[in-house]
Design a protein around this ligand. Structure first.
Ligand SMILES: [Zn+2]
Length: 359
């Protein structure tokens, strides 16, 4: 909660044209998920894991030492920008280490059988962070670092990352683009952020060819398009790849309430996607599923989406109702539309083309 992204006024320091507003990536949504988990009583059914900080060596698996040194130095002074659209304040280096370390804590707890599955509610987010610069509010590549930990330290043969954040998981894609042992799937709004990133044609290179699947859904996609994507692309890809662990890059910014996305997902939609992921995880990797929090910029609505996901993962219904569900679920176009169907059909071919994993 102490990661300080400032007021946003620095974006146009020379010619401020509008009253500074708090930065859109802030602690509110995350704090309110945590609060709702408490108030609903769900917290009584959860095991709380204490996050550790990532070590510098763990960060260096996916980032350059020049970049890490730059963040560390700026963080010990007044902060700065990690690269593109990623402001941070004093102390954010240590907080970013906790975010990456929290995701690894979650992976270890699941692999050690301490918990059935885990949700790492961390910030700053990570899926836009590149090897040598921060991007899109992300400093270190939390979810990708957790996958690298599972591969290199925990010796898992294969890991899959399913990114349902509304933005393209460019950093995750780049980290494993030529690696056939990490399957990366990103379901995102077509050409939202980063611009010109996340095309369906980008499928991996070298030994990793075929092991990156992008599903760039048209703006306006709702629960119908998302559930179809998970049934027809994500599930078959995971059943074919047979990972030893599934990670979800869990951005909640595909919701109908999000100011940085133009999709129409509901809490119930996220509940259905979570159910699908749990079922696949049960079948292919003994239920080993870890979600790492990414984006989500509607402080009003992300708590309900987060609660629905956590209820499914815990197998508990608290009975706390999402007061907006009736309204959002009734939006026109929630069912799959022909132009959405066309993208999903192309992506399904990629999933079907994955070579079956050898054991
Ligand atoms: Zn996002």
């Amino acid at each position: 909660m102490w990661h300080d992204t400032g007021t946003g006024a620095w974006v146009t320091p020379a010619s401020l044209t509008v009253e500074p507003l708090g930065h859109i990536e802030n602690a509110d949504g995350k704090r309110r998920i945590r609060n709702l988990v408490e108030v609903s009583g769900l917290i009584d059914h959860l095991v709380q894991l204490k996050p550790r900080m990532a070590t510098e060596d763990e960060i260096l698996r996916l980032h350059t030492s020049e970049y890490v040194d730059r963040i560390k130095k700026a963080s010990s002074e007044m902060g700065g920008d990690a690269g593109e659209l990623t402001p941070f304040g004093p102390g954010s280096y240590e907080i970013a280490l906790l975010a990456a370390g929290g995701c690894m804590t979650a992976v270890d707890a699941v692999l050690d059988g301490k918990v059935d599955n885990a949700y790492a509610l961390v910030r700053p987010p990570g899926h836009h962070a590149e090897k040598d610069q921060g991007r899109g509010f992300c400093i270190f590549a939390n979810t990708a670092i957790a996958a690298a930990h599972a591969r290199k330290v925990r010796d898992l043969s294969r890991v899959a990352i399913v990114d349902w954040d509304v933005h393209h998981g460019n950093g995750t894609e780049h980290a494993f683009y030529s690696d056939p042992t990490v399957l990366t799937i990103s379901i995102h709004q077509d050409n939202n952020y980063p611009p010109r990133s996340g095309a369906i044609e980008d499928t991996g290179s070298g030994a990793g060819a075929g092991y990156n699947i992008n599903v760039p859904l048209p703006p306006g996609s709702g629960v119908g398009a998302y559930t179809a994507t998970f049934d027809r692309v994500v599930t078959p890809a995971l059943r074919s790849f047979r990972p030893d662990l599934i990670l979800i890059a869990s951005g909640l910014d595909a919701s109908a309430m999000d100011p940085l996305g133009s999709m129409m997902m509901t809490s119930d939609g996220y509940r259905m996607l979570t159910r699908t992921m749990l079922a696949v995880a049960r079948d292919v990797c003994g239920g080993r599923l870890v979600a790492c929090h990414e984006g989500g910029y509607s402080p009003a609505y992300v708590p309900y989406c987060g609660l629905a996901i956590l209820e499914e993962m815990a197998g508990v219904r608290t009975g706390l109702e999402d007061p907006l569900l009736g309204l959002l679920a009734g939006f026109g176009g929630q069912e799959i539309q022909p132009h959405q169907e066309a993208v999903i059909r192309e992506a399904a071919k990629l999933a079907a083309g994955l070579p079956p994993a050898s054991r």
